[in-house]
Structure formats: structure tokens, C-alpha cells
Design a protein around this ligand. Structure first.
Ligand code: G3I
Length: 336
């Protein structure tokens, strides 16, 4: 389909991106990506298990081709992610004897040294080509009284892993925007916990430039007003905001499963994309990019999460044809 407008030619308020988790750039998906988007996020290729599978052995074979593709097509790159509790090899949290780390001063020093070494290598390898980094991912747990996720990172270092990660990233790539990224930030308790953490750390001088809202949503959740409250909350904190992983599931509960996407769900999805993008464009002064977590419905993490079932959360269908969702973003008068 070369007769339809490129998403990036219509949505010009901020870069629009897609995450790539497979071999898309080597297929016709690559053409679709470059035609419609001006930003790309490697969905898995920059995570710790991909870049430093064994200690101090760095491999960039997964990410380098993607970054080269982005460069060749004049696309921005969001680096995802330097620090997470998932997709991190077991050795990271093992002590010198190979046992699981406990919270001792020695282990804390070792873990922070590994963190620093990781960031120094990965961020330096890409330098200026990665304009934004999700320095840390999903550190909030609003069910804890202090709002902080009890990950190995937290359990062994407290908040110091956050302080170290941002400071080292700033030192290595001073030009990059440094983000703290999380999901469900439209939920008041989560949003507030993230806000409190950002305000505290920024107050200490930790160089956080940006809050990333993942926006894994569905056809009937969340409301636009809750999403607007999320964007409003972070205005005036001195951070940019980015939508980092948006997709709109056709499912509204984990019990549902459709062999093919029902027409009414695809319509609701188009309206959700329409309304969300209208909101994002209204907040263009705060939002500095919007990225979808995938390119087309033939490759989406939602096919396996929360249960195995076919989902259809993106702008293009499994045959790479524009869906109503695409028109929701590009020209709502053509939805349907
Ligand atoms: O590469 C292997 C392949 O060799 C193997 O045959 C196959 C069998 O399971 O697994 C493949 O690895 C999978 C990988 O995706 C690549 O497709 C992993 O099992 C699978 O766990 C991994 O899932 C990724 C997930 O993060 C892991 O936590 C998804 O692709 C990725 O989209 C997802 O992304 C996260 C963001 O980083 C953070 N926010 C939520 C978002 C969605 O879960």
C-alpha cells in the first residue's frame, strides 16, 4: 500500500516510532517501517541478556543491524533498556562464589560495579546514534507502601542502582535523553508513585530527563481523562514525556479469545487510537515521541500474553494492510 499517507507525514508534532522484535528489517516489514515511522525501538536487542550475556563480554550482533537501518533511513532510535529486572542474565545477581546475592555491602558494591560497566560499554558503543535511553524500566510497584518494586536491583542496592544508572549514562552519553519507563502510569496509584520517585531523585540531582509511559492499553481501557491526568501530572516537573510502547489489545479480559478479530472490536480500537492520538497531539509541548510496540499484527507480544491467543493491537494487519486503527491515527473520517 503505497497510496496511503505515511503516519509520520500526518503526525508531525513528534517522532512516531515502532518497536522491532524480530527480523523485520530484512523483509517487506522494513519498507513499511521506514515508510511510516521516523523512530524505532529495538524491542529486545538492547536488553542485558542480548548485549552482555556473560560478564564483560559484549555482543551487539542483534542490535547493530537495526541501528544501521535506522541511520540509513534517517530514523531516531530509542534505546531500550539499560536496567530491568527481566531479560537480565542470572550471573548479574550472583556473588563471587556463584550463589544468589544477598543484601550485603560487598554484593551491593559488586552489583553497582557491574551496572556501571554495563552502561559504560553499551551506551558508549552507540554514542549519539541513540538519542533517548530507557535507562531504567518498570521500577515502580504501587502495591508497596513506598511504591518501589522489590527487584534484585532494589533488594541489594536500594535506590542506588537508579542513582548510578542515570549518572553513569549522563556521563557516557551527555547528549542522550534519559528516561524512566513504566506501564500503567495512567492508573492513579502507579502514576503517583512514579511521580514521587522522579521528584525525589531529581531533587537529589539525578539526571532524569524524561518519563516514559508504555501505554499497553485495550479497546475499552483506560479513559482519555485518566490518560490526560497522567500527562498533566508530570507537567512542570522538568521532564519530557514519551509514549514508549503503545498497543491497543482487542481483548478486555484474559478469558476472551477470538479466532479472528471481530469487526466491532476493530472499530473500538480505531476510536481508541483516534482519541489517544488526539490527546497526544494536544500535549505536544510535553510529549517528545510516541512509539507503538510493534509494526503489524503478525508479530506482537500480546499473542502470548497474558494467555496464548491471537491479538491484533497494531495499525497494520497480519498482511501488512492498513487497519481502521491506522485511519484512527491518520484520518478519523475514514474509519470503518
Ligand atoms: O529469541 C527466542 C527464540 O530463539 C525462541 O525460539 C523463542 C521461544 O520462546 O523465544 C525467543 O525469545 C523470546 C523473545 O521475546 C523474542 O521474541 C522470549 O521467549 C520472550 O520472552 C521475549 O518476550 C519479550 C518480552 O518483552 C520479555 O519480557 C517481547 O518480545 C517484548 O516485546 C517484551 O517487551 C516488553 C518491554 O521490554 C517492557 N514493557 C513490556 C513489553 C511487553 O512485555
Amino acid at each position: 500500500q503505497t497510496d496511503i499517507p505515511a503516519v509520520k507525514s500526518v503526525v508531525t508534532e513528534f517522532p512516531v516510532g515502532a518497536a522491532i522484535t524480530g527480523a523485520e528489517i530484512t523483509t517487506e516489514h522494513g519498507e513499511l517501517l521506514a515508510r511510516h515511522f521516523n523512530s524505532v525501538t529495538p524491542g529486545n536487542a538492547l536488553k542485558w541478556d542480548a548485549t552482555e550475556p556473560t560478564e564483560n563480554t559484549f555482543t551487539y550482533t542483534q542490535a547493530d543491524p537495526l541501528i544501521a537501518f535506522a541511520k540509513a533511513h534517517d530514523m531516531k532510535v530509542r534505546g531500550h533498556t539499560l536496567v530491568w529486572h527481566n531479560q537480565t542474565p542470572a550471573w548479574v545477581f550472583q556473588d563471587a562464589s556463584g550463589a544468589a546475592m544477598t543484601a550485603t555491602a560487598e554484593n551491593k558494591a559488586l552489583l553497582l560495579a557491574r551496572l556501571e560497566n554495563h552502561i559504560r560499554n553499551v551506551a558508549a558503543h552507540y554514542g549519539d546514534t541513540i538519542g533517548t535511553w530507557d535507562v531504567v524500566n518498570e521500577v515502580i510497584d504501587e502495591s508497596q507502601s513506598d511504591g518501589l518494586r522489590r527487584s534484585n536491583w532494589y533488594n541489594i542496592t536500594g535506590l542506588d542502582y537508579l542513582r548510578t544508572a542515570f549518572k553513569v549514562a549522563r556521563e557516557v552519553v551527555p547528549s542522550a535523553k534519559l528516561c524512566i519507563n513504566d506501564y500503567n502510569t495512567n492508573v492513579a496509584a502507579k502514576r503517583d508513585a512514579l511521580y514521587n520517585l522522579v521528584v525525589k531523585l531529581k531533587g537529589e540531582g539525578v539526571p532524569i530527563d524524561c518519563v516514559g509511559h508504555q501505554m499497553h492499553v485495550n479497546v475499552s481501557w483506560p479513559s482519555i481523562s485518566d490518560t490526560e491526568a497522567m500527562l498533566k501530572k508530570f507537567e512542570g516537573v522538568g521532564v519530557e514525556q514519551q509514549v514508549t510502547e503503545m498497543d491497543v489489545s482487542i481483548y478486555t479480559s484474559s478469558g476472551e479469545s477470538f479466532p479472528t478479530p471481530p469487526a466491532d472490536r476493530l472499530l473500538s480500537q480505531a476510536y481508541m487510537y483516534r482519541d489517544m492520538f488526539a490527546l497526544f497531539r494536544k500535549y505536544k509541548a510535553d510529549l517528545t515521541s510516541v512509539t507503538l510496540w510493534g509494526l503489524a499484527d503478525d508479530n506482537t507480544w500480546l499473542d502470548t500474553y497474558p494467555v496464548a491467543r491471537k491479538d491484533a493491537p497494531l495499525l497494520f494487519d497480519t498482511r501488512l494492510q492498513a487497519k481502521s486503527a491506522y485511519w484512527g491515527v491518520v484520518d478519523p473520517s475514514k474509519i470503518g
